[in-house]
Design a protein around this ligand. Structure first.
Ligand code: ACO
Length: 342
């Protein structure tokens, strides 16, 4: 397929397969809303500080008995309903998360059981806040190669389970939720035009959780030292996020020979309004082009762009045929940008 509007790098490189599109999306956020006023009672902070430094007004917090796989399954069911897909049609489930229910088995396997997708293979991807685009690009390979016809990708997080609620530097930033997408090859749609992914493990300690893995298994000492909470160097993370998101977005546009003005909607990782403004300014986007919902959900890591994409579609901001730019950044460090003809 060719288009006068843009170059399709996958077709240009003579891909031996077929395009991969997003058939449908769905999302789920927990019922419980935690406002900035509530955080004022937990740590030395203020609604004014959180709003001006981050843009976040409230976030959702999962119930004690509600886990990442539950939220992922809810989002998946909504995406399946929207796409009129039954569980037995799903060939593969990929869950992007840094807060799996358990270290193993994978959360994808737990979701497979919860939604009854008995035929589906299932595995997790760990690329922190970049996970949903990583999952999209991986899922795309299976569709394009004709290995599978229907792939379910999910970004889901219960970040409230790894946040130190006594650390004002981090606890104000994060929230819980899940977003899902069904990938298929649709007639007359270019779908995912390109995805650029990157990583820099040298900067892994800008944002990490030291405890719970093979380096530092859980012990009374590790718990007492707070090693099972996420840690972040906010300032350095901020700078790296702006540079990486800008560079990845530019590269994705370059590959498709697109100008930013041709993009209907930019959906960035919802980390911090100031990061979005800095990236947007460098890219030359108008305010109307950028989809923002971080005021209501905070940073939901791998779920972030997935929830935002679902809201952009369900509110009619993104319509079939529109060009959409997704751009993300997260721990790893990892980053990615994708251009989609919706
Ligand atoms: N309330 C009040 N004061 C606070 C709070 C708070 N919640 N948090 C920090 N402060 C204080 C600091 O202690 C510091 O005080 P000091 O000057 O007396 O030392 C002061 O505010 C300024 O702190 P800075 O770190 O300079 O604040 P900054 O403007 O950099 O904002 C923030 C901090 C919001 C964390 C910012 O750096 C940021 O957003 N970084 C990126 C975070 C991010 O996006 N992370 C995730 C990306 S990857 C992923 O999603 C997994």
């Amino acid at each position: 397929m060719t288009s006068k509007r843009f170059k399709n790098p996958r077709a240009e490189h003579g891909y031996q397969g077929r395009p991969c599109s997003i058939l449908s999306v769905g999302s789920y956020v927990p019922e419980r809303i935690m406002t900035n006023a509530e955080l004022e009672k937990l740590v030395d902070t203020s609604d004014d500080w959180i709003t001006t430094r981050t843009g976040i007004k409230e976030r959702r917090i999962a119930a004690d008995n509600e886990f990442t796989s539950d939220m992922a399954a809810m989002a998946a069911r909504r995406a399946m309903d929207a796409g009129k897909i039954t569980a037995d049609q799903i060939d593969l489930i990929i869950v992007a998360t840094i807060t799996p229910d358990m270290l193993f088995p994978s959360t994808a396997c737990l979701v497979q059981h919860k939604i009854g997708a008995r035929r589906a293979a299932a595995f997790d991807v760990e690329a922190a806040c970049s996970g949903f685009i990583y999952a999209l690009e991986i899922g795309q390979q299976f569709i394009t190669s004709r290995t599978y016809d229907t792939v379910l990708i999910i970004g889901a997080e219960k970040l409230s389970s790894i946040v130190d609620w006594k650390d004002r530097n981090t606890c104000v930033l994060f929230g819980d939720g899940a977003g899902a997408a069904i990938l298929q090859s649709l007639p007359n749609s270019h779908g995912l035009l390109t995805a650029c992914m990157g990583a820099d493990g040298e900067k892994s300690e800008l944002l990490y959780m030291p405890g719970g893995g093979s380096m530092c298994p859980a012990s009374a000492n590790s718990v007492a030292a707070g090693l099972h909470f996420l840690r972040m160097d906010g300032k350095e993370t901020f700078k790296n996020a702006v540079n990486a998101m800008y560079t990845a977005a530019l590269e994705a546009l370059r590959r498709c020979e697109l100008k930013i003005s041709q993009i209907k909607c930019v959906i960035p990782h919802q980390a911090n309004r100031r990061i979005l403004e800095a990236v947007g300014e460098r890219l030359g986007v108008t305010k109307d082009q950028v989809f923002v919902n971080l005021d209501r959900y905070g940073n939901t890591s791998a779920a972030s762009v997935a929830i935002a994409l679902d809201e952009a579609v369900s509110t009619g901001v993104v319509k079939r045929g529109d060009l959409v730019l997704l751009v993300v950044f997260g721990a790893g460090l990892t980053w990615a940008a994708a251009v989609i003809e919706w």
